[in-house]
Design a protein around this ligand. Structure first.
Ligand SMILES: [Fe+2]
Length: 300
């Protein structure tokens, strides 16, 4: 593994030993072709670094970079490009299982989530990962009691239309920016000292629930504007809500969407990016290519 020059805001690690995917195919693929077949993944994940030490070393490097760097990293070479989708899912899942414990994305507990335009097939409200278009700045699972500390995206097919770029703002940069603008410190205090109601979007669970949490806490952030807005509507008569909180929420959302300085980059086919979900706000630029396809895994 070689640390390369940065083509993204994050350090890039390259798996130079690409034969692991062939080993994986031979050793693990078996005949499990659906996500329900992942029930055995824990056993397989635990065994992987033993018979394939390269992946153990790569995951140690990833953990070290995430620790040191805080924001995230990009990994190249976990797949070569010509494998089928199921094998790519396995490779991605087994790598991420070395970083933490993969968590379920919805009521069906899918560990690997297809970030892909779903067309008209979904009757409920769709979320950012199920449609084309832009996604505003947010952290993942902001509405969960304990949002996963890390999440990763693996590009199967990047958008061919110049859009679908990733934008990120790391928490230290965000705080510096907030401190340098008028009233930024006041709004920061409001976001630290109050609990905001985050409502779970329908795409993630059919159970309606609200989690109360600060937006900023120490050196971490939890934010998803639409989830808080809906939580506020549902909690209109709750005495924990103040006008100041609503003002700060609107101010902050306007700030990150229109004034904040961010870094922008493209995740190319076969690349994986792993973020610290507590320290990085991320967004996606507009895109129209309905064939764009990423995989997402979150780990606790
Ligand atoms: Fe996200």
């Amino acid at each position: 593994m070689i640390e390369k020059t940065r083509s993204t805001p994050f350090p890039t690690l390259e798996l130079d030993d690409t034969s692991w995917i062939i080993q994986l195919k031979n050793s693990l693929y078996a005949d499990q072709r659906t996500q329900s077949g992942y029930s055995e993944w824990k056993k397989k994940a635990a065994a992987l670094p033993v018979f394939w030490p390269t992946i153990g070393r790569l995951s140690d490097e990833i953990k070290e970079v995430l620790d040191k760097n805080g924001g995230g990293c990009v990994v190249r070479g976990i797949t070569k490009g010509d494998e089928d989708l199921y094998l790519k899912k396995w490779a991605f899942l087994l790598l991420m299982a070395q970083i933490g414990e993969p968590t379920g994305h919805d009521d069906n507990h899918a560990l690997v989530w297809d970030v892909k335009h779903r067309g008209q097939v979904i009757s409920r409200e769709v979320t950012f990962s199920e449609r084309t278009g832009e996604a505003p700045f947010h952290t993942d699972s902001a509405f969960a009691a304990h949002p996963e500390p890390f999440f990763a995206l693996h590009a199967i097919r990047a958008a061919q239309c110049q859009g679908g770029l990733s934008r990120v703002i790391e928490i230290n940069s965000l705080k510096r920016q907030l401190n340098s603008v008028r009233d930024g410190d006041v709004h920061m205090s409001v976001m630290e000292e109050n609990l905001f109601p985050f409502r779970t979007p329908g795409a993630f669970s059919s159970e309606e629930k609200i989690v109360w949490a600060p937006i900023l806490e120490g050196n971490t952030i939890r934010f998803r504007y639409d989830s808080i807005r809906r939580g506020l509507v549902d909690s209109m008569h709750d005495n924990r809500i103040s006008t100041q909180m609503i003002e700060s929420l609107e101010w902050f959302n306007e700030f990150v969407e229109t004034r904040a300085v961010y870094e922008e980059f493209r995740l190319n086919d076969g690349e994986t990016m792993i973020f610290d979900n507590r320290r990085v706000l991320h967004a996606r630029t507009d895109y129209e290519d309905v064939e764009r396809h990423l995989l997402r895994i979150r780990v606790s």
